[in-house]
Every structure is written in C-alpha cells, then in structure tokens.
Design a protein around this ligand. Structure first.
Ligand SMILES: [Mg+2]
Length: 207
C-alpha cells in the first residue's frame, strides 16, 4: 500500500480506545472476565450476549460497566496519544474512536486527557450504538458513512487483532499498534505496524 497514491490518501483515522488511545493495561481483561464469569480466552461481550437468561445478562452487563468505569478513572492517555491526535487534526485529518467500550467509560477516560477533549473527535462509536462489535466491520462502515469519507481513505489503528480484522473486512487501511511489545501479537496481517503512536506521523506525512 502506497499512501502517496491519492486513492489511498488518508483522510480520517479511526482509533480503538483501550490500549490504543489509553495506555496498555488500563483494562485487565482477565480480571474483567472473572467479574462476569466469562471463561479465559473468550471475548466478553459475545459471552454476555450469548447468556440464555435475561436476568444474568443484565447483571453481567452491570458488572462489566462498573469494572470499565473504575478502569477508565484510573486510565491515562497512551504515550504520544495527545500529540498524534493534535498533529492529525492540524493536518486536516479527521479523528474518531471505534470501541467495544461503553460511551460513559470513554467519556470518563477522556477526562484524564489534558489537551484533547471529546469534541475533538468527528465520530465516536461505542457499544451503546448497538453495532455488532469488532471484529465485525459494521462500526467502521457506519463511521465512514457519518464522516462522508470512502472507507478506502480511512486508517484503522488498534492494539488487538479484532481491530485489524474489522478494518480489513471493512476495506479500510489498517495499522497494528504493538505498544513496543505490550500488545498481544496480531495474527492478522495489517498494512502497517506501529511500535508507538508517534509512528503514525511517518504514514500520514507521506501524503
Ligand atoms: Mg484495544
């Protein structure tokens, strides 16, 4: 993929939230799984949605919300997150968030950012928007629609294989963020691999 090709010029960057815009480890997925009784290795939202009893589903979602709220309060911006968001906005590249989190926890976590506010994002899609969560491409396609930008000109950045898979299925450009080795290795090929969010400058600067 050559980002200098005008068909591929990146006009928007959609970021995953946890471990991408916030520092890795903000949300301990193993502890979260325990809190809702989800077996290790299973994605939590799908596990909860598959529960037969409505009552148990509601209780599990409440436990998940409480867990996320606490993690969001303690979270910090990822290294270089505020700088790259400002850089992209100055370059006229729109920024957005696509997350499996609740909107409330995204709002709480953004309160710990000093230079970036919720209003700086052109689109924020969370699980409250009731799209099938990543790795489904639904959220990314909806964001492209809201932004009015062809999905082929959108870069999807995330620290987990679901982010890359969702971006790939949607037809977006994908970048996997390794967080210098903190992210779980990504089994799906991505167009770009970033060690650090600051590496995004090189990709966007090629335009
Ligand atoms: Mg993540």
């Amino acid at each position: 993929m050559d980002p200098r090709d005008s068909k591929n010029a990146i006009r928007a960057v959609l970021f995953d939230f946890d471990g991408t815009l916030t520092g890795p480890g903000s949300l301990d997925f193993n502890v979260m799984r325990k809190a809702v009784g989800c077996p290790q290795g299973r994605p939590v939202l799908e596990f909860i949605n598959g529960m037969a009893s409505q009552q148990k589903r509601t209780a599990a979602l409440q436990a998940l919300d409480a867990f996320e709220a606490e993690a969001a309060r303690k979270s910090r911006p990822n290294d270089g997150a505020e700088e790259i968001l400002e850089f992209l906005r100055t370059r006229g590249v729109k920024v957005g968030i696509i997350s499996r989190n609740s909107l409330a926890s995204i709002r709480t976590a953004l309160e710990n950012f000093r230079r970036i506010r919720m209003e700086d994002f052109s689109v924020i899609l969370s699980r409250d928007d009731h799209f099938n969560p990543k790795p489904s491409p639904e959220g990314i396609l909806a964001a492209a629609e809201i932004l009015g930008i062809p999905v082929s000109q959108i870069l999807v950045v995330g620290d987990f294989v679901f982010d890359v898979e969702a971006g790939f299925k949607a037809g977006a450009i994908t970048a996997f963020l390794t967080n210098r080795g903190s992210s779980h290795p990504c089994a799906h090929p991505s167009d770009f691999t970033l060690e650090h969010l600051g590496d995004l400058r090189d990709i966007v600067s090629l335009l």
